[in-house]
Write a protein that binds this ligand. Structure first.
Ligand code: GLC
Length: 528
């Protein structure tokens, strides 16, 4: 098959790219079944081009029983019928490239679905099956093997082991429907290199690597030694995360990526204990980027943000990888709600992020200023962690509510058939349609910020920010090309001499006079 690769060739396009995460089930529903799909994504690509992003990362759309919203993959080379067909995926890639957008797909190598052929056959064949060697099957502890093989906890709550009827146990760091692969097995390694090639041949520009820090487990699967609930995007030292052996895998993947024209990339979802450990995933012969969860986990506090920014940049400099920035994704409370300051604070946080060097990740709907939906009734929830003990406190459905596109009533143009999670009744003012053309809207703020970012190449470039003097609770820094960004993280106005002409502000401001004060929860981009 001929690779579809018509996007403008650019060296290091990813180093300062703005990458927009599409969560397909909640983006746009073309066939009216209440669930987003690839045809819906395709129909909205012009919207993403006009928004001004460089690339689109699609969360999983592969064949899956949807025990974890598609992060339980039964067939890595097939599209789930609820999302469409392989030709639909090819059409998304082709149309995106024609619009100069790049496509990054999600790759889930730590685990598959319990409906994956290898697991089903291994289970049926019983103890001693060679297919069981591709997973972590063990005998249990205790007199009759009735205890799990070790004390590992699932990230979703409860033990990380499930016993099958013949008495053996298998490991699943996430839901029981997500058995972990044994990455010491050559068949697993070969299979994933082949899956990479399958999607690269179809023309994708890169991969987001799910749980990239989890593939290799400590030899002998030693106890972790405590029973505290593990958190998604956490930074604990654990015998099943961030083992040195993962780096051999990524070196071998890099050689595959580099065989293809056009700089195909991979971004690691790696929750390592420190920024330095995270930087190892993006050494020059490994992956290209790693998500910066340290930044995402930093509160709205100038000193803490400055520390997070500096330490992130410092950690990446020795490996020459760009730093990334992210405020929201499909696993966390939307930043409008999480940062605790409503829309004003969310908009300020976004302008701060987009003024930093490196690459930024946006999550669908943040450009509309969507809040977390915090009052979903239990009976509509689907996040597997909600149903298992205290795992993740069931928080992940509230950021996955389908997008409002147009109209005054639900499903707000999402599709013709309702929406798989109910949308709030008061989202009419948040639709794309309602915000388009309104200069005060969050959507237009994002459009303007992204357009400016394109016009000012210095903005995403480099690996440093030059900090300027600022009162407590305020950040001020200069970027190459003469842009200054000031951010007030406090709840009171801060006196600050205007450093130039306002390019863009996160809220409506009067023309700055001699006694300018930066309002609470506000960020401003200035031209010197
Ligand atoms: C990642 C995904 C999350 C998923 C988990 C298991 O953290 O972002 O949504 O539940 O991996 O695949």
């Amino acid at each position: 098959m001929t690779p579809q690769h018509n996007v403008t060739p650019a060296t290091d396009w990813w180093r300062d790219a703005v990458i927009y995460q599409v969560y397909p089930r909640s983006f746009a529903d073309a066939n009216g079944d209440g669930m987003g799909d690839l045809a819906g994504v395709r129909s909205r690509l012009p919207y993403l081009r006009d928004l001004g992003v460089d690339a689109v990362w699609l969360s999983p759309f592969y064949a899956s029983p949807q025990a974890d919203a598609g992060y339980d993959v039964a067939d890595y080379r097939a599209i789930d019928p609820m999302f469409g067909t392989l030709p639909d995926a090819e059409a998304v890639i082709r149309d995106a490239h024609a619009l100069d957008l790049r496509i990054i797909v999600d790759l889930v190598p730590n685990h598959c679905s319990d409906q994956h052929e290898w697991f089903r056959r291994g289970l049926a064949e019983g103890p001693g099956s060679v297919l069981r060697e591709r997973f972590h099957f063990r005998k249990g502890r205790g007199q009759n093997g009735e205890e799990p093989p070790n004390d590992w906890e699932s990230l979703f709550g409860g033990p990380a082991w499930t016993r099958v009827p013949d008495g053996e146990w298998y490991l699943h760091l996430f839901a029981p429907e997500q058995p972990d692969f044994n990455w010491d097995h050559p068949a697993v390694q070969d299979e994933f290199r082949s899956i990479l090639r399958f999607w690269l041949d179809l023309g994708v520009d890169g991969f987001r690597v799910d749980v990239a820090h989890g593939l290799v487990k400590a030899p002998g699967l030693p106890d972790m030694g405590h029973g505290e609930q593990l958190k998604l995007l956490g930074n604990q030292v654990l015998p099943f995360f961030d083992q040195d052996g993962v780096h051999d895998i990524y070196r071998s993947w890099r050689t595959v990526l580099d065989e293809y024209p056009g700089e195909r990339i991979a971004v690691a979802e790696a929750w390592a204990p420190t920024a330095e450990r995270t930087s190892l995933y993006v050494r020059p012969d490994e992956l290209h980027q790693a998500f910066n969860f340290h930044y995402l986990n930093t509160g709205w506090d100038a000193a803490a943000l400055r520390e997070a920014i500096d330490s992130s940049l410092d950690a990446m400099r020795p490996v020459s990888a760009p730093t990334t920035w992210v405020l929201s994704n499909h696993d966390v409370v939307r930043h409008r709600t999480r940062l605790g300051g409503g829309l004003d604070r969310a908009r300020a946080a976004t302008l701060l992020m987009l003024a930093l060097p490196g690459s930024a990740y946006l999550y669908q709907g943040e450009e509309l200023g969507l809040p977390e939906v915090t009052d979903l009734p239990d009976e509509v929830r689907q996040d597997p962690s909600f149903f298992r003990d205290s795992g993740q406190e069931g928080l992940r459905d509230g950021c996955r509510v389908p997008l409002p596109w147009s109209g005054d009533t639900t499903p707000y143009g999402f599709g013709d058939g309702g929406s798989w999670l109910p949308q709030p009744d008061d989202w009419a003012a948040l639709t794309v349609e309602a915000q388009t053309g309104d200069p005060a809207s969050t959507l237009e703020l994002y459009r303007t910020a992204l357009a400016l970012r394109r016009r000012l190449p210095g903005l995403g470039a480099g690996d440093a920010v030059e900090w300027l003097d600022a009162p407590d609770g305020v950040l001020a820094f200069r970027r190459p090309g003469g842009l200054i960004c000031t951010v007030n993280t406090t709840e009171a106005p801060a006196p600050l001499p205007a450093p130039g002409r306002i390019l863009l502000a996160s809220r409506q401001l009067d023309a700055p006079g001699a006694d300018f004060t930066l309002p609470a929860d506000t960020a401003v981009w200035w031209a010197e």
